[in-house]
Design a protein around this ligand. Structure first.
Ligand code: PHE
Length: 338
C-alpha cells in the first residue's frame, strides 16, 4: 500500500502540472480528490490496513493529499492569471492606428458674408443693430416716407401677415427704430432677413440685406462714397472699381445705386454681368428730411446717409454660385465647399 501511495503522489502531481487549462485541472482534482477520487478512496481504506501500518499510512496519505491540494491551488492561480493575460492581449488597443476624424460643421456662407460685411463697418465705427422680421406697415413704409397711396409701395411685392403688419421688405425700418431710440449721432450696421413675393434663379422669397445708417453734423455724399468705396475694396479687392448711378428711393434724397466692376471679367463683359462690365450691389442716398421728421431729428442740424445691400447676391458673386436656391436647400455637399 505504501508503494501504491507513492505512485499516486507522483501521478497526481504530474497530472496537476500538466493541466493546460482550468477545465483539465478540475478534471484532475475530481479524479484524485473528488468523492470517489483515488486519494479519497485510499484515505477511506486506511482503516482496513494492518493496525501497525495505519498511523504511517494515514499520515502519508494526508501529506500527499495536502501536497496535491496546494499544487492544485498554485496551478489554478497560474492558469487564472494566464486567462486574464490572454484576455488583455485580445483586447489590446493599437494606439498607432489612425483615429476616426470628427466631422466639423462651419458657418453657412450667408452667415460668413454677413460677418465679413459687419466686421468691415465695425472697423469704421458702426455698431450692429437688429429689428424684427415681422414689421408694421408704419416702420416698413409710412415712417420711411412711403404712405399707402405712394406709387413706390408697388415696387415691393409685400407679404401681408394681417392688415397693417407685413414681413419686412427691406432692413430700412430698423433705421427708424434705431433713430427713435438714439439721439444723434448714430452709426449702425443692420444685418437681417427680408421678404418679397418673388422667386427665380436670382430671387428667393426670403433673402438677406445689410443696412447702414450714419447721421451726424456735416455728413455729406462724399462720406457716403468714401465709406462704400472703402467697403468695396475691403470686401471685393483693392482693384475693384465702383460707380454711382442716380436712382430713386422715397426715404433718401438724392438717391443712387452703386455698381462694382464685375468680379468675374473685371469689367470686360461676361455672362455674370450680362456683358455690362458692372454689377449692381446696393441702394443708397442721403437720409430724406421727411424721415428725420418721423425720427424727431433736426434736419437743419443733422444730415446722414443710408444704404442697403443684398447679401445673397454678394455671397453668390464671391463664391460664383449660379442659383440663389443653392443657399437655402441645405445640401451638405454644397455647403461643405465653403
Ligand atoms: N431699402 C432699399 C431696398 O431695398 C435699399 C436702400 C437702403 C436704399 C437705404 C437707400 C437707403 O432696396
Amino acid at each position: 500500500m505504501r508503494d501504491q501511495l507513492e505512485a499516486v503522489r507522483g501521478e497526481a502531481l504530474r497530472a496537476v502540472a500538466d493541466a493546460a487549462d482550468l477545465q483539465s485541472l478540475e478534471t484532475a482534482r475530481v479524479h484524485y480528490l473528488g468523492r470517489k477520487g483515488v486519494l479519497t478512496n485510499i484515505l477511506r481504506n486506511v482503516s482496513e490496513a494492518p493496525e501497525e501500518e495505519r498511523p504511517v499510512l494515514g499520515k502519508t496519505a494526508n501529506e500527499i493529499k495536502k501536497a496535491v491540494v496546494s499544487a492544485i491551488e498554485e496551478r489554478k492561480q497560474a492558469l487564472e492569471a494566464k486567462v486574464l493575460e490572454d484576455q488583455a492581449e485580445q483586447d489590446r488597443a493599437d494606439l498607432t492606428l489612425p483615429g476616426r476624424r470628427p466631422s466639423f460643421g462651419h458657418k453657412h456662407p450667408i452667415s460668413q458674408v454677413i460677418e465679413e460685411i459687419t466686421d468691415i463697418f465695425a472697423g469704421l465705427g458702426f455698431r450692429v443693430a437688429t429689428g424684427p422680421d415681422i414689421e408694421t406697415e408704419y416702420y416698413n413704409f409710412d415712417s420711411l416716407n412711403t404712405p399707402a397711396d405712394h406709387p413706390a409701395r408697388d415696387l415691393h411685392d409685400t407679404f401681408f401677415v394681417k392688415p397693417g403688419v407685413v414681413l419686412r421688405t427691406h432692413t430700412s425700418p430698423v433705421q427708424m427704430r434705431v433713430m427713435e431710440q438714439t439721439a444723434p449721432p448714430v452709426a449702425v450696421i443692420v444685418p437681417g432677413r427680408t421678404f418679397r413675393v418673388d422667386a427665380d434663379a436670382s430671387h428667393s422669397p426670403m433673402f438677406h440685406q445689410v443696412e447702414g445708417l450714419w447721421v451726424d453734423k456735416g455728413v455729406t455724399f462724399a462720406e457716403l462714397k468714401g465709406a462704400l468705396m472703402l467697403f468695396s475694396h475691403a470686401f471685393f479687392g483693392k482693384d475693384t472699381e465702383v460707380r454711382f448711378r442716380p436712382h430713386y428711393f422715397p426715404f433718401t434724397e438724392p438717391s443712387a445705386e452703386m455698381d462694382i466692376s464685375c468680379t468675374v471679367c473685371k469689367g470686360q463683359g461676361c455672362r455674370v454681368c450680362k456683358h455690362l462690365g458692372w454689377l449692381e450691389i446696393l441702394g443708397c442716398g442721403m437720409v430724406h428730411p421727411e424721415v428725420f421728421k418721423y425720427a424727431n431729428y433736426d434736419s437743419e442740424t443733422y444730415t446722414g446717409f443710408a444704404f442697403g445691400m443684398g447679401v445673397d447676391r454678394m455671397a453668390m458673386l464671391k463664391h460664383s454660385i449660379d442659383s440663389i436656391h443653392h443657399l437655402y436647400e441645405n445640401d451638405v455637399r454644397f455647403l461643405e465647399q465653403f
